[in-house]
Structures are given as structure tokens and as C-alpha cells.
Ligand binder design. Structure first.
Ligand code: PBE
Length: 268
């Protein structure tokens, strides 16, 4: 075959996000496990910079490969595909799960009830993400979504009493999906009278904060694969409240014009 390979055109670089994200660990394994990724490099970046690089490459019609996930607004904005992962390193479907610190149920039962009942769909999360991407402040987009979905919010707050002068802290990571979910939950807790503090951390620090009781809860645990190591390490010292979203996914993502369908189609 003549001409440059897809890999060559991409400089054998995968555009990553924040170090510490599960998808960065999975991609490091992928580079070790797939012969087709021999010699490729995973570039540490941030979620925002990754999305910007993807957008720029698409504008220039150049090949690019990023660590991606759904729900994410970039699938609404661009024509993208996941590269097949025959070795299953990124897992199949992921759930996003809610975790509370031990004792939250006794200390702040109303918030605990709401966190336990919080559950929405990828489409719901996507709507909030798209509005933020189009320029709305996260609080504003979350407030709008909450105002337009009173039926769902009623389900989440069912059986929870309004409170006065109570504080609650939520830890999250600056992934677009978690900015959306955490702000929506914050708006609902605020509507019930809570004074909500949001703390932005990296993935491990988020698990540590909840496990040590420095944060009351988080809605950002991706399982069974993405945060499996963190669950292993900190899961015993927190309360697992179960999925708040089903049907999430992570993997290597390319614009649909890239001539590869599987990780195995890339060339070392
Ligand atoms: N993500 C988004 C995270 C979980 C949520 C896929 C970037 C991660 O890889 O840890």
C-alpha cells in the first residue's frame, strides 16, 4: 500500500484528557495490549482541550483520535464513531453511580433520599450538556432543565422534607457529563433548602473526599470498568447508592471520516 497510514497522519498520538481519569488508564492498557497501538502515545490534556482539538481537526478535515465517552455533547455536534475494542478494555455499557459518605443517611436524611432517588437518562444528561456547550452557565442550564422536568424532580424528591440552614457538599470532576449531572442535583437540593457546595477534584480525590467524609456525596462513579480501581480502594468506606444513569460508554473516538472501524485497524 502506498500513501501515509492513518497513524502516520495522526503522528501516532491519541488526544487524552486529565490524568487520573479511568479512560486514561484504559487507554494506557490499550497501548500495551493492542499490537496496532505499538509506538502510539497518549497525550495528557483536559476534557475541554480534548474537545477543542477534536473540533479543530474536524474543521481542517484531518484525522484525529481522542479518548471519548457518552453521554457527551460532541456526539450531537459532530459525526463521530467509537473504534471497536475487540479486547473489551473499555468494557461494554457503563453505569454512572451515586455514592454518599457513611453517615449521610442519619445526618442529612432528606439529601440522602434525593441522592438515592436521582436517576435520569443519557438523553436528559445530553440536553444539559448541549446547553452548556452552547454557552449557558452550568447553573443556568441545570436550573432550566429542572424547571422543565418537574415530574422527574418530583420523583427524586418524593418523601424528602424541605430543610433550613443545612449544608451539603458534592464532589465532582470537570468532565462535561459530570458538570451537567452535579449541577442538576445541586439545583434540586437547593430547591429543597440546602446550601450546596460543589468541589471540583480529580477522580481519585473525589472518591477519597467521599470516603473520608470531606464531601457528602458524588454522582460521578463510572462502573463496572472505568472507576473499578477506585471502587476497590475506597468503596468499603462509603455508601453505594446505585446507578443514576444507565447506558454510558467510553472508548477511543474518531470522526466518522477516519478510515478505521476498530482499534485493530490502526497501524503501529
Ligand atoms: N470520563 C467521563 C471519566 C468518567 C466520566 C469517561 C472521562 C473517566 O474516564 O474517568
Amino acid at each position: 500500500e502506498s500513501g501515509s497510514s492513518v497513524g502516520e497522519e495522526m503522528d501516532y498520538e491519541i488526544v487524552g484528557i486529565e490524568p487520573g481519569a479511568g479512560i486514561m488508564k484504559a487507554t494506557t492498557s490499550a497501548i500495551e495490549e493492542y499490537d496496532s497501538l505499538k509506538g502510539w502515545e497518549l497525550i495528557e490534556s483536559s476534557s475541554a482541550a480534548m474537545a477543542a482539538e477534536l473540533g479543530k481537526a474536524i474543521e481542517d478535515e484531518e484525522p484525529v483520535i481522542v479518548t471519548g465517552w457518552t453521554p457527551h455533547w460532541m456526539f450531537a455536534k459532530y459525526d463521530l464513531k467509537y473504534l471497536e475494542d475487540p479486547q473489551g478494555l473499555y468494557g461494554e455499557e457503563e453505569n454512572i453511580e451515586t455514592f454518599a459518605r457513611d453517615g449521610l443517611k442519619e445526618d442529612k436524611s432528606s439529601a440522602h433520599t434525593i441522592l438515592d432517588q436521582f436517576k435520569w437518562s443519557p438523553e436528559d444528561m445530553n440536553a444539559v450538556m448541549v446547553e452548556i456547550q452552547e454557552g449557558a452557565q452550568p447553573e443556568e442550564a441545570a436550573k432550566n432543565w429542572v424547571n422543565e422536568h418537574t415530574d422527574m424532580v418530583e420523583e427524586w424528591t418524593n418523601g424528602a422534607d424541605e430543610v433550613e440552614d443545612e449544608e451539603i457538599s458534592l464532589a465532582y470532576v470537570a468532565w462535561d457529563s459530570e458538570i451537567a449531572s452535579t449541577n442538576v442535583v445541586a439545583q434540586v437540593l437547593m430547591s429543597m433548602g440546602y446550601d450546596v457546595e460543589l468541589t471540583q477534584l480529580d477522580a481519585a480525590s473525589m472518591f477519597i473526599a467521599v470516603s473520608e467524609g470531606d464531601a457528602d456525596a458524588m454522582v460521578a462513579g463510572w462502573l463496572p470498568i472505568t472507576h473499578a480501581d477506585l471502587l476497590d480502594e475506597y468503596g468499603d468506606t462509603m455508601e453505594r447508592l446505585g446507578p443514576n444513569l444507565e447506558g454510558a460508554k467510553t472508548g477511543l473516538v474518531v470522526p466518522s471520516y477516519v478510515e478505521a472501524d476498530s482499534i485493530e485497524d490502526l497501524k503501529p
